[in-house]
Design a protein around this ligand. Structure first.
Ligand code: PXL
Length: 295
């Protein structure tokens, strides 16, 4: 019998550049030894400069794609990217509720790297109401984290990321990983918030390029490693290490952004005689009193 690999079911929009979206997820999952099951939610028209347009699929087509593979084989993790419509969110929410034991990684895609809107306020609300309570790991960047909790916070000022994470945990996510590439810090600090109030921060060198698909790569890598059986903090740490290497070996196939190389380890590259230190450091702390300790 041929060997079988853990299957990861992905719901995502297509990206013809393969920088982000479904193609990025498939490359990442395959690179990390998983079998990708790919459910299309939307089709985008884009190049490495930005998204021109997108077409959202009928929700029944999304549900039918997912049910077909879920009924055919065991699935070890589910990853959700671009959602497209409130109807698709409802359909996915109903499907994942039938599989409560499968870890669910939700990358709350709100915009492309250039800022093209990929989700409106109705989508945001439906995501919060229907998907966050079923999410094992939410992976927003800092901009998405702030936008997701905007309605929950009275303060006019942009909330601190610890506060955002607490609100997101309160909305029902199991864990929240907030990435720091959009912050003004010298290094990129990514923080994993756990239900017991623990915060595990890892810092990474800020690479000079602008990358298309780094968030999809990270979220898919988390799903792959959870599917392989790693526990949450180990999976998130290994996924960051993998993503950092894909960025370090990133390349620029077109006129716009760099694309992470998810197959960096398979290249025969003699030029990499300067192996870089990966993680610059890490710290673990607890949220200050006032944070909601959760069971
Ligand atoms: O990187 C977020 C993202 C996810 N999915 C699709 C996208 C993008 C960004 O452009 O196009 C389909």
């Amino acid at each position: 019998m041929p060997q079988s690999f853990p299957a990861v079911l992905v719901f995502a929009g297509t990206d013809p550049t393969s920088g982000a979206g479904l193609q990025a997820d498939i490359l990442t999952l395959a690179s990390l030894g998983c079998h990708p099951l790919s459910v299309v939610t939307a089709v985008t028209v884009q190049d490495t400069l930005g998204v021109e347009d997108f077409l959202v699929l009928d929700a029944t087509w999304v549900a039918d794609q997912a049910r077909a593979v879920l009924e055919d084989m065991p699935v070890a993790a589910i990853k959700i990217g671009m959602l497209g419509s409130v109807e698709i969110i409802s359909a996915i929410a109903e499907i994942v509720s039938d599989y409560p034991d499968i870890p669910l990684v939700l990358d709350p895609i709100l915009a492309s790297g250039r800022g093209d809107e990929l989700a409106n306020e109705d989508l945001l609300d439906a995501m919060k109401d229907l998907l966050l309570p079923q999410t094992t790991l939410l992976t927003p960047n800092s901009l998405e984290a702030r936008r997701l909790v905007l309605d929950e916070i009275d303060d006019e000022e942009a909330p601190d990321l610890d506060v955002c994470a607490e609100r997101l945990l309160d909305l029902g996510c199991g864990h929240v990983l907030i990435t720091g590439a959009h912050e003004q810090s010298a290094e990129v600090a990514n923080a994993l918030y756990s239900p017991d109030g623990a915060v595990q921060t890892l810092s990474w060198e800020r690479l000079p390029g602008s990358y298309h698909g780094s968030g999809c790569t990270l979220a898919s890598a988390c799903a792959a490693l959870l599917a392989q059986g790693l526990e949450m903090s180990e999976a998130v740490k290994a996924a960051q290490e993998f993503t950092y290497q894909t960025l370090r070996f990133g390349y620029r196939p077109g006129m716009g952004q760099y694309i992470p190389d998810r197959l960096f380890w398979a290249r025969d590259d003699e030029s990499d005689d300067d192996p870089k230190p990966s993680c610059l450091g890490g710290c673990t702390r607890s949220l200050p009193t006032g944070a909601t300790p959760r069971a």
